[in-house]
Ligand binder design. Sequence first.
Ligand SMILES: Nc1ncnc2c1ncn2[C@@H]1O[C@H](COP(=O)(O)OP(=O)(O)OP(=O)(O)O)[C@@H](O)[C@H]1O
Ligand SMILES: [Mg+2]
Length: 411
Amino acid sequence: MDPVRNPYAPGAGQRPPELAGRGRELDVFDVVLERIARGRPERSLMLTGLRGVGKTVLLNTLRSEAISHLWGTGKIEARPDQSLRRPIAAALHMAVRELAPRHRAPDRIDGFLGVLKAFAQRTAPAGRGGAAPKLRDRWQPGIDVPASSGRADSGDIEIDLVELLTDAAAVATDVGTGIAIFIDEMQDLGADDVSGLCAACHELSQLGAPLIVVGAGLPHLPAVLSAAKSYSERLFRYQRIDRLDRIAADQALCAPAEREEVEYEQKALDLLYEKSGGYPYFVQAYGKATWDHAPRSPITAADVRVAAPEAEAELAVGFFGSRFERATPAEREYMRAMASLSLVEGEESGRDDMDAAVPTAEIARALGRKPASLSPARDALIKKGLIYSGERGTVAFTVPHFGRYLRTQPA
Ligand SMILES: Nc1ncnc2c1ncn2[C@@H]1O[C@H](COP(=O)(O)OP(=O)(O)OP(=O)(O)O)[C@@H](O)[C@H]1O
Ligand SMILES: [Mg+2]
Protein backbone atom coordinates (compact mmCIF):
# COMPACT_ATOMS: atom_id res chain seq x y z
CA MET A 1 0.00 0.00 0.00
CA ASP A 2 0.98 3.60 -0.39
CA PRO A 3 4.14 4.06 1.71
CA VAL A 4 3.46 7.80 1.89
CA ARG A 5 0.34 7.09 3.93
CA ASN A 6 2.08 4.56 6.18
CA PRO A 7 1.12 5.73 9.68
CA TYR A 8 3.52 3.67 11.83
CA ALA A 9 6.49 5.24 13.58
CA PRO A 10 9.29 2.94 14.74
CA GLY A 11 12.06 5.03 16.29
CA ALA A 12 13.40 6.25 19.63
CA GLY A 13 10.98 8.75 21.14
CA GLN A 14 8.86 8.82 17.96
CA ARG A 15 5.30 9.72 18.76
CA PRO A 16 3.13 6.73 17.86
CA PRO A 17 0.05 7.29 15.69
CA GLU A 18 -1.98 5.82 18.56
CA LEU A 19 -0.81 5.79 22.18
CA ALA A 20 -2.32 2.44 23.10
CA GLY A 21 -2.69 0.85 26.52
CA ARG A 22 -1.51 3.74 28.68
CA GLY A 23 -4.89 4.89 30.00
CA ARG A 24 -4.08 3.96 33.58
CA GLU A 25 -0.82 5.91 33.63
CA LEU A 26 -2.52 8.98 32.15
CA ASP A 27 -5.34 8.77 34.71
CA VAL A 28 -2.89 8.50 37.60
CA PHE A 29 -1.05 11.56 36.35
CA ASP A 30 -4.25 13.58 36.04
CA VAL A 31 -5.09 12.79 39.65
CA VAL A 32 -1.58 13.81 40.73
CA LEU A 33 -1.90 17.17 38.96
CA GLU A 34 -5.32 17.84 40.46
CA ARG A 35 -4.25 16.85 43.96
CA ILE A 36 -1.17 19.02 43.90
CA ALA A 37 -3.16 21.95 42.55
CA ARG A 38 -5.35 21.62 45.66
CA GLY A 39 -2.38 21.45 48.01
CA ARG A 40 -2.79 17.72 48.73
CA PRO A 41 0.32 15.63 49.35
CA GLU A 42 1.50 13.62 46.36
CA ARG A 43 4.55 11.63 45.43
CA SER A 44 6.71 12.23 42.39
CA LEU A 45 6.34 9.60 39.65
CA MET A 46 8.94 7.22 38.29
CA LEU A 47 8.29 5.27 35.08
CA THR A 48 10.48 2.21 34.61
CA GLY A 49 10.77 -0.35 31.85
CA LEU A 50 12.89 -2.03 29.23
CA ARG A 51 14.19 -0.35 26.08
CA GLY A 52 11.54 0.47 23.49
CA VAL A 53 8.46 0.05 25.71
CA GLY A 54 7.52 3.71 25.30
CA LYS A 55 8.90 5.53 28.34
CA THR A 56 10.08 8.60 26.43
CA VAL A 57 6.84 8.83 24.47
CA LEU A 58 4.81 8.57 27.67
CA LEU A 59 6.99 11.16 29.42
CA ASN A 60 6.39 13.58 26.53
CA THR A 61 2.66 12.91 26.69
CA LEU A 62 2.58 13.60 30.43
CA ARG A 63 4.44 16.81 29.80
CA SER A 64 1.83 17.94 27.26
CA GLU A 65 -0.80 17.04 29.83
CA ALA A 66 0.88 19.24 32.45
CA ILE A 67 1.16 22.10 29.96
CA SER A 68 -2.54 21.85 29.17
CA HIS A 69 -3.18 22.24 32.92
CA LEU A 70 -1.15 25.49 32.67
CA TRP A 71 1.76 24.06 34.61
CA GLY A 72 5.32 25.20 34.01
CA THR A 73 7.43 22.35 32.63
CA GLY A 74 10.96 21.48 31.65
CA LYS A 75 12.67 18.31 30.47
CA ILE A 76 16.12 16.78 30.82
CA GLU A 77 17.80 13.72 29.41
CA ALA A 78 20.38 12.51 31.92
CA ARG A 79 23.75 11.36 30.57
CA PRO A 80 26.43 9.33 32.30
CA ASP A 81 29.27 11.52 33.58
CA GLN A 82 27.30 14.71 33.16
CA SER A 83 26.40 16.81 36.15
CA LEU A 84 22.76 17.60 36.72
CA ARG A 85 23.42 21.23 37.62
CA ARG A 86 23.26 22.90 34.22
CA PRO A 87 20.55 20.78 32.64
CA ILE A 88 18.23 21.17 35.61
CA ALA A 89 18.88 24.91 35.68
CA ALA A 90 17.90 25.12 32.01
CA ALA A 91 14.76 23.03 32.61
CA LEU A 92 13.67 25.19 35.54
CA HIS A 93 14.42 28.32 33.58
CA MET A 94 12.06 27.14 30.87
CA ALA A 95 9.36 26.17 33.39
CA VAL A 96 9.48 29.53 35.16
CA ARG A 97 9.50 31.43 31.86
CA GLU A 98 6.20 29.74 31.05
CA LEU A 99 4.73 30.99 34.34
CA ALA A 100 6.25 34.48 34.33
CA PRO A 101 3.64 36.23 32.16
CA ARG A 102 0.95 35.24 34.66
CA HIS A 103 2.87 36.48 37.70
CA ARG A 104 1.76 39.81 39.22
CA ALA A 105 5.14 40.73 40.69
CA PRO A 106 7.92 40.66 38.09
CA ASP A 107 10.54 41.34 40.76
CA ARG A 108 9.72 37.97 42.36
CA ILE A 109 10.53 36.30 39.04
CA ASP A 110 13.76 38.29 38.77
CA GLY A 111 14.60 37.29 42.33
CA PHE A 112 14.22 33.63 41.44
CA LEU A 113 16.21 34.03 38.22
CA GLY A 114 19.07 35.56 40.21
CA VAL A 115 19.15 32.48 42.44
CA LEU A 116 18.89 30.23 39.39
CA LYS A 117 21.84 31.95 37.73
CA ALA A 118 23.98 31.63 40.85
CA PHE A 119 23.05 27.94 41.06
CA ALA A 120 23.87 27.33 37.40
CA GLN A 121 27.24 29.09 37.50
CA ARG A 122 28.39 27.37 40.64
CA THR A 123 30.60 24.39 39.93
CA ALA A 124 31.39 21.60 42.36
CA PRO A 125 34.40 22.45 44.53
CA ALA A 126 37.61 20.80 43.31
CA GLY A 127 38.17 17.34 44.70
CA ARG A 128 34.51 16.58 44.91
CA GLY A 129 33.12 15.71 41.52
CA GLY A 130 36.11 16.79 39.49
CA ALA A 131 38.78 19.35 38.80
CA ALA A 132 38.51 23.12 39.21
CA PRO A 133 36.52 24.78 36.44
CA LYS A 134 38.45 25.92 33.39
CA LEU A 135 37.85 29.31 31.89
CA ARG A 136 36.08 27.95 28.82
CA ASP A 137 33.67 26.12 31.14
CA ARG A 138 32.30 29.40 32.46
CA TRP A 139 28.90 28.87 31.12
CA GLN A 140 26.37 31.68 30.69
CA PRO A 141 22.84 30.48 31.27
CA GLY A 142 21.21 33.24 29.21
CA ILE A 143 19.56 34.92 32.18
CA ASP A 144 19.77 38.73 32.06
CA VAL A 145 19.47 39.44 35.78
CA PRO A 146 22.61 39.48 37.93
CA ALA A 147 23.36 36.33 39.91
CA SER A 148 22.40 36.69 43.56
CA SER A 149 24.40 35.12 46.35
CA GLY A 150 23.75 33.17 49.49
CA ARG A 151 21.11 30.81 48.16
CA ALA A 152 21.44 27.59 46.12
CA ASP A 153 25.09 28.42 45.48
CA SER A 154 26.96 26.51 48.20
CA GLY A 155 28.45 24.05 45.71
CA ASP A 156 26.89 21.14 47.59
CA ILE A 157 24.33 19.85 45.12
CA GLU A 158 22.03 18.52 47.83
CA ILE A 159 21.73 21.82 49.69
CA ASP A 160 21.52 23.76 46.46
CA LEU A 161 18.79 21.63 44.90
CA VAL A 162 16.64 21.76 48.02
CA GLU A 163 16.85 25.56 48.04
CA LEU A 164 16.41 26.01 44.31
CA LEU A 165 13.43 23.69 43.92
CA THR A 166 11.73 25.18 46.98
CA ASP A 167 12.10 28.66 45.50
CA ALA A 168 10.81 27.51 42.10
CA ALA A 169 7.78 25.93 43.78
CA ALA A 170 7.10 29.22 45.56
CA VAL A 171 6.90 30.99 42.19
CA ALA A 172 4.35 28.40 41.05
CA THR A 173 2.35 28.86 44.25
CA ASP A 174 2.17 32.59 43.53
CA VAL A 175 0.45 31.93 40.21
CA GLY A 176 -1.75 29.19 41.63
CA THR A 177 -0.25 26.35 39.60
CA GLY A 178 2.63 23.88 39.68
CA ILE A 179 5.93 22.96 38.06
CA ALA A 180 6.78 19.53 36.68
CA ILE A 181 10.35 18.59 35.74
CA PHE A 182 10.71 15.53 33.52
CA ILE A 183 13.93 13.49 33.62
CA ASP A 184 14.49 10.81 30.98
CA GLU A 185 17.20 8.12 31.30
CA MET A 186 17.25 8.91 34.99
CA GLN A 187 19.35 5.85 35.88
CA ASP A 188 22.30 7.69 34.30
CA LEU A 189 22.42 10.45 36.94
CA GLY A 190 25.49 10.48 39.19
CA ALA A 191 25.15 9.36 42.80
CA ASP A 192 25.46 12.87 44.29
CA ASP A 193 22.85 14.23 41.91
CA VAL A 194 20.43 11.41 42.74
CA SER A 195 20.90 12.06 46.46
CA GLY A 196 20.30 15.75 45.99
CA LEU A 197 17.19 15.19 43.94
CA CYS A 198 15.75 12.74 46.48
CA ALA A 199 16.45 15.19 49.30
CA ALA A 200 14.76 17.99 47.37
CA CYS A 201 11.69 15.87 46.60
CA HIS A 202 11.53 14.84 50.25
CA GLU A 203 11.59 18.46 51.38
CA LEU A 204 9.02 19.55 48.79
CA SER A 205 6.57 16.83 49.76
CA GLN A 206 6.84 17.78 53.42
CA LEU A 207 6.11 21.40 52.54
CA GLY A 208 3.25 20.40 50.25
CA ALA A 209 4.98 22.53 47.61
CA PRO A 210 3.65 22.28 44.04
CA LEU A 211 6.70 20.90 42.25
CA ILE A 212 7.07 17.32 41.08
CA VAL A 213 9.76 15.38 39.34
CA VAL A 214 8.62 12.79 36.81
CA GLY A 215 11.40 10.38 35.97
CA ALA A 216 11.78 7.60 33.43
CA GLY A 217 14.45 4.95 33.32
CA LEU A 218 15.52 1.35 33.04
CA PRO A 219 14.16 -1.30 35.43
CA HIS A 220 16.96 -0.79 37.94
CA LEU A 221 16.09 2.89 38.50
CA PRO A 222 14.40 2.08 41.86
CA ALA A 223 17.65 0.42 42.99
CA VAL A 224 19.67 3.47 41.92
CA LEU A 225 17.38 5.75 43.92
CA SER A 226 17.26 3.63 47.05
CA ALA A 227 21.04 3.25 47.03
CA ALA A 228 21.18 7.05 47.33
CA LYS A 229 18.46 7.49 49.96
CA SER A 230 16.78 4.61 51.74
CA TYR A 231 13.54 6.58 52.06
CA SER A 232 13.23 6.89 48.26
CA GLU A 233 11.02 3.78 48.15
CA ARG A 234 8.31 5.71 49.96
CA LEU A 235 9.10 9.01 48.28
CA PHE A 236 8.26 8.03 44.70
CA ARG A 237 5.40 6.25 43.07
CA TYR A 238 6.83 3.68 40.66
CA GLN A 239 4.97 2.67 37.54
CA ARG A 240 6.24 -0.22 35.50
CA ILE A 241 5.77 0.45 31.79
CA ASP A 242 5.43 -2.89 30.13
CA ARG A 243 4.67 -4.41 26.76
CA LEU A 244 1.17 -3.99 25.43
CA ASP A 245 -1.43 -6.65 26.02
CA ARG A 246 -3.18 -8.15 23.03
CA ILE A 247 -6.05 -5.67 23.00
CA ALA A 248 -3.76 -2.64 23.22
CA ALA A 249 -1.35 -3.99 20.61
CA ASP A 250 -4.25 -4.57 18.19
CA GLN A 251 -5.46 -1.06 18.88
CA ALA A 252 -1.99 0.37 18.20
CA LEU A 253 -2.14 -1.24 14.75
CA CYS A 254 -5.83 -0.96 13.86
CA ALA A 255 -6.73 2.56 14.98
CA PRO A 256 -4.21 4.35 12.71
CA ALA A 257 -5.04 1.97 9.82
CA GLU A 258 -8.75 2.62 10.20
CA ARG A 259 -8.14 6.33 9.75
CA GLU A 260 -6.65 5.42 6.33
CA GLU A 261 -9.55 3.04 5.63
CA VAL A 262 -7.35 -0.04 5.93
CA GLU A 263 -8.25 -3.22 7.84
CA TYR A 264 -6.45 -6.28 9.18
CA GLU A 265 -7.63 -9.87 9.01
CA GLN A 266 -7.72 -11.52 12.44
CA LYS A 267 -4.98 -14.00 11.44
CA ALA A 268 -2.71 -11.11 10.47
CA LEU A 269 -3.14 -9.59 13.94
CA ASP A 270 -2.46 -12.99 15.56
CA LEU A 271 0.82 -13.31 13.71
CA LEU A 272 1.83 -9.68 14.33
CA TYR A 273 1.36 -10.17 18.07
CA GLU A 274 3.35 -13.36 18.00
CA LYS A 275 6.22 -11.54 16.28
CA SER A 276 6.17 -8.31 18.31
CA GLY A 277 5.44 -9.86 21.70
CA GLY A 278 3.49 -6.65 22.28
CA TYR A 279 6.67 -4.57 22.63
CA PRO A 280 5.74 -1.13 21.29
CA TYR A 281 8.90 -0.64 19.23
CA PHE A 282 8.35 -4.00 17.54
CA VAL A 283 4.65 -3.32 17.02
CA GLN A 284 5.59 -0.20 15.06
CA ALA A 285 8.42 -1.90 13.14
CA TYR A 286 6.35 -4.91 12.00
CA GLY A 287 3.34 -2.71 11.35
CA LYS A 288 5.36 -0.42 9.12
CA ALA A 289 6.97 -3.18 7.04
CA THR A 290 3.67 -5.03 6.68
CA TRP A 291 1.89 -1.93 5.43
CA ASP A 292 4.53 -1.35 2.77
CA HIS A 293 4.36 -4.96 1.53
CA ALA A 294 0.60 -5.52 1.62
CA PRO A 295 -0.93 -5.00 -1.85
CA ARG A 296 -4.40 -4.07 -0.54
CA SER A 297 -6.78 -3.97 2.40
CA PRO A 298 -7.52 -6.16 4.33
CA ILE A 299 -3.98 -7.01 5.37
CA THR A 300 -3.48 -10.78 5.61
CA ALA A 301 -1.22 -13.16 7.56
CA ALA A 302 0.58 -13.89 4.28
CA ASP A 303 1.41 -10.16 3.99
CA VAL A 304 2.90 -10.24 7.50
CA ARG A 305 4.97 -13.30 6.62
CA VAL A 306 6.39 -11.66 3.50
CA ALA A 307 7.19 -8.43 5.35
CA ALA A 308 8.66 -9.90 8.55
CA PRO A 309 12.22 -10.44 7.25
CA GLU A 310 12.44 -6.78 6.29
CA ALA A 311 11.22 -5.66 9.71
CA GLU A 312 13.72 -8.02 11.34
CA ALA A 313 16.55 -6.76 9.14
CA GLU A 314 15.76 -3.18 10.12
CA LEU A 315 15.54 -4.05 13.80
CA ALA A 316 18.86 -5.92 13.56
CA VAL A 317 20.56 -2.73 12.40
CA GLY A 318 18.64 0.06 14.10
CA PHE A 319 17.47 -1.45 17.37
CA PHE A 320 19.86 -4.29 18.23
CA GLY A 321 23.00 -3.72 16.17
CA SER A 322 23.49 -0.08 17.10
CA ARG A 323 23.52 -1.11 20.76
CA PHE A 324 25.69 -4.19 20.30
CA GLU A 325 28.31 -2.04 18.58
CA ARG A 326 28.77 0.00 21.73
CA ALA A 327 30.24 -3.04 23.50
CA THR A 328 33.92 -3.99 23.55
CA PRO A 329 34.97 -7.54 22.52
CA ALA A 330 35.10 -8.66 26.18
CA GLU A 331 31.66 -7.21 26.84
CA ARG A 332 30.29 -8.94 23.74
CA GLU A 333 31.64 -12.25 24.95
CA TYR A 334 29.90 -11.63 28.29
CA MET A 335 26.59 -10.88 26.56
CA ARG A 336 26.86 -13.94 24.31
CA ALA A 337 27.27 -16.13 27.38
CA MET A 338 24.27 -14.37 28.92
CA ALA A 339 22.23 -14.97 25.78
CA SER A 340 22.80 -18.72 25.73
CA LEU A 341 22.18 -19.03 29.47
CA SER A 342 19.02 -16.93 29.34
CA LEU A 343 17.62 -19.45 26.89
CA VAL A 344 18.16 -22.21 29.48
CA GLU A 345 16.83 -20.07 32.37
CA GLY A 346 13.86 -19.02 30.27
CA GLU A 347 12.93 -22.57 29.38
CA GLU A 348 13.23 -23.66 32.98
CA SER A 349 11.00 -20.87 34.23
CA GLY A 350 8.57 -21.32 31.32
CA ARG A 351 8.86 -17.73 30.13
CA ASP A 352 7.96 -17.36 26.50
CA ASP A 353 10.11 -14.33 25.71
CA MET A 354 13.36 -15.98 26.79
CA ASP A 355 14.68 -12.72 28.21
CA ALA A 356 15.09 -14.22 31.67
CA ALA A 357 17.60 -12.94 34.23
CA VAL A 358 20.82 -14.96 34.52
CA PRO A 359 22.91 -15.54 37.67
CA THR A 360 26.33 -13.89 37.26
CA ALA A 361 27.95 -16.96 38.82
CA GLU A 362 26.62 -19.04 35.92
CA ILE A 363 28.11 -16.63 33.40
CA ALA A 364 31.51 -16.93 35.06
CA ARG A 365 31.22 -20.71 35.02
CA ALA A 366 30.23 -20.76 31.33
CA LEU A 367 33.22 -18.59 30.43
CA GLY A 368 35.58 -20.52 32.71
CA ARG A 369 36.51 -17.36 34.62
CA LYS A 370 36.50 -16.12 38.21
CA PRO A 371 33.37 -14.03 38.90
CA ALA A 372 35.45 -11.08 40.15
CA SER A 373 37.39 -10.91 36.89
CA LEU A 374 34.14 -10.33 35.02
CA SER A 375 32.97 -7.43 37.17
CA PRO A 376 34.52 -4.74 34.95
CA ALA A 377 32.66 -6.07 31.89
CA ARG A 378 29.42 -6.32 33.84
CA ASP A 379 29.73 -2.82 35.31
CA ALA A 380 30.58 -1.32 31.93
CA LEU A 381 27.56 -2.98 30.33
CA ILE A 382 25.31 -1.64 33.09
CA LYS A 383 26.77 1.83 32.59
CA LYS A 384 26.15 1.56 28.84
CA GLY A 385 22.54 0.65 29.59
CA LEU A 386 22.71 -2.73 27.85
CA ILE A 387 22.10 -4.90 30.91
CA TYR A 388 20.73 -4.31 34.39
CA SER A 389 20.79 -6.06 37.69
CA GLY A 390 17.26 -6.35 38.99
CA GLU A 391 17.93 -8.84 41.72
CA ARG A 392 21.22 -9.24 43.50
CA GLY A 393 23.52 -11.68 41.73
CA THR A 394 21.65 -11.73 38.44
CA VAL A 395 21.72 -9.72 35.24
CA ALA A 396 19.24 -9.33 32.39
CA PHE A 397 19.18 -7.52 29.07
CA THR A 398 17.55 -4.07 28.99
CA VAL A 399 16.68 -4.63 25.33
CA PRO A 400 13.74 -6.99 24.76
CA HIS A 401 14.53 -10.05 22.61
CA PHE A 402 18.23 -9.16 22.74
CA GLY A 403 19.17 -12.68 23.76
CA ARG A 404 17.37 -14.09 20.74
CA TYR A 405 19.09 -11.58 18.46
CA LEU A 406 22.55 -12.48 19.81
CA ARG A 407 21.89 -16.19 19.37
CA THR A 408 21.26 -15.63 15.67
CA GLN A 409 24.49 -13.63 15.21
CA PRO A 410 27.68 -15.44 14.13
CA ALA A 411 30.34 -15.23 16.85
N1 LIG B 1 1.63 3.15 23.89
C1 LIG B 1 2.18 2.94 22.68
N2 LIG B 1 1.44 2.47 21.65
C2 LIG B 1 2.00 2.28 20.45
N3 LIG B 1 3.27 2.54 20.15
C3 LIG B 1 4.07 3.02 21.11
C4 LIG B 1 3.56 3.24 22.42
N4 LIG B 1 4.56 3.72 23.20
C5 LIG B 1 5.64 3.79 22.40
N5 LIG B 1 5.37 3.37 21.15
C6 LIG B 1 6.36 3.28 20.05
O1 LIG B 1 7.45 2.51 20.55
C7 LIG B 1 8.71 3.03 20.13
C8 LIG B 1 9.61 3.26 21.32
O2 LIG B 1 9.13 4.30 22.16
P1 LIG B 1 10.12 5.09 23.16
O3 LIG B 1 11.30 5.61 22.41
O4 LIG B 1 9.29 6.04 23.93
O5 LIG B 1 10.60 3.91 24.12
P2 LIG B 1 11.58 4.02 25.38
O6 LIG B 1 10.98 3.15 26.44
O7 LIG B 1 11.84 5.43 25.71
O8 LIG B 1 12.90 3.32 24.84
P3 LIG B 1 14.44 3.56 25.30
O9 LIG B 1 14.60 2.88 26.62
O10 LIG B 1 15.24 2.89 24.22
O11 LIG B 1 14.67 5.03 25.37
C9 LIG B 1 8.37 4.28 19.30
O12 LIG B 1 8.45 3.91 17.94
C10 LIG B 1 6.95 4.63 19.69
O13 LIG B 1 6.26 5.21 18.60
MG1 LIG C 1 13.56 6.58 25.81
